[in-house]
Design a protein around this ligand. Structure first.
Ligand code: G6P
Length: 367
């Protein structure tokens, strides 16, 4: 087993470090810098959909949430998103003009599989964003966009998440280009930014950055509760960060869209509440920083995820995790890595076995 972990303490850590490779495999051959083309080999007519429904569970659901933002922004198609256990029982509105996208690392999660069957029953076209080759879902969808992240053993998903988000980015680009909603120049800029992802994630894992996150993890590992905040395309990053932390450290963590904090969670903030804020470069950064100030005014401790070089906003935070600069639409991939590292180093500090989190299974195939 030690050999299989490739010198890392856990599969989860190994898989975190595999992300530059996994992302290369997700992106390879699909994005063409010279022509600006996106070639996903999907046998569905991108102009035929009036609506998209994204369906998934767990981490895949948060990757889907990023997809919702990206597709609506770039392709201007209305998107709804559901956890599969809700979708399958809620008598959803589906027609032949609906594209139902199921997202799943394993391709076997029972709720997602049943939700797929429900969508098909009402005539939806279906697409899978899936990691496991030949899995049940891949046999039942009209087409699959494989993420090619390679086998994922760690129960808490890492590389499958960043690869799924990248696949969603490519899908949004493909839809936007085909439907004429995405200007050529913007399309090329995003395409280029996506191609940089393996390098940026590699850069997120340098020893200096790792040491910094370890130090922060040790400082806050005794906290009983955490709050995670983010906005826009990075609000799902906050949700995913909270999920990672609770799955492997058993610390209670909640996530909110930053603007919603004042409608409830702000009541929880005191000097014992660390708040992780995704505050990388964005059109809404100023608004996020004003949320940070609200946290600090109530003596909350702020751990800010900031873009490299942003010393200006660092003064509002108790601790900073810097991440490489990238396009806002692509940043959820880079920012997710910071979340994974924070969670795994807190769990390590607490002596938890991150590969065998209590009560959790890698794939939930029975009800
Ligand atoms: C389980 C795992 C999660 C995973 C979820 C969905 O709950 O513990 O890590 O995100 O299932 O799995 P899927 O294979 O459908 O992506």
């Amino acid at each position: 087993e030690a050999a299989e972990k490739g010198g890392y303490d856990s599969y989860m850590m190994k898989e975190i470090y595999e992300q530059p490779n996994a992302l290369t495999n997700t992106l390879i051959g699909r994005l063409h810098d010279d022509t600006g083309e996106v070639n996903l080999d999907i046998n569905l007519d991108p102009k035929s959909f009036k609506r998209i429904s994204i369906i998934a569970c767990g981490t895949a659901f948060y990757a889907g949430m990023v997809g919702e933002y990206l597709i609506e922004q770039l392709a201007r198609i209305p998107v709804d998103i559901d956890v599969a256990s809700e979708y399958r029982y809620r008598d959803p509105l589906v027609s032949e003009n609906t594209l139902a996208i199921v997202m799943s690392q394993s391709g076997e999660t029972i709720d997602t599989l049943e939700a797929l069957r429900e969508a098909k029953k009402f005539g939806a076209k279906t697409l899978g964003i899936i990691n496991a080759k030949g899995s049940s879902m891949t046999r039942e969808v009209d087409d699959t966009l494989y993420i090619h992240a390679g086998p994922e053993i760690g129960v808490a998903s890492t590389k499958a998440y960043t690869s799924m988000v990248s696949a969603m980015l490519m899908l949004a680009l493909w839809l936007g280009r085909a439907r004429g909603t995405l200007a050529e120049a913007e399309g090329r800029e995003l395409l280029h930014a996506a191609r940089e992802l393996p390098r940026l994630v590699e850069e997120s894992l340098t020893p200096e950055r790792i040491e910094n996150v370890k130090r922060i993890a040790a400082k806050y590992a005794d906290a009983k509760d955490f709050l995670f905040l983010g906005r826009g395309v990075n609000s799902p990053t906050a949700y995913e960060g909270a999920l990672k932390l609770k799955e492997i450290s058993y610390i209670h963590a909640e996530a909110y869209a930053a603007g919603e904090m004042k409608h409830g969670p702000i009541a929880l903030i005191d000097e014992n509440m660390p708040v992780v804020v995704v505050a990388t470069e964005s059109k809404l950064l100023e608004k996020t920083i004003s949320n940070v100030q609200e946290v600090r005014a109530r003596k909350g401790k702020v751990i800010a995820i900031l873009t490299d070089g942003d010393t200006e906003n660092a003064r509002h935070a108790d601790d900073v995790i810097y991440v490489p600069r990238t396009h806002e639409m692509v940043s959820p991939v880079v920012n997710a890595v910071a979340m994974q590292l924070l969670a795994i180093f807190i769990a390590d500090k607490l002596g938890k076995d991150v590969d065998k989190p209590r009560n959790l299974a890698k794939a939930v195939t029975v009800e």
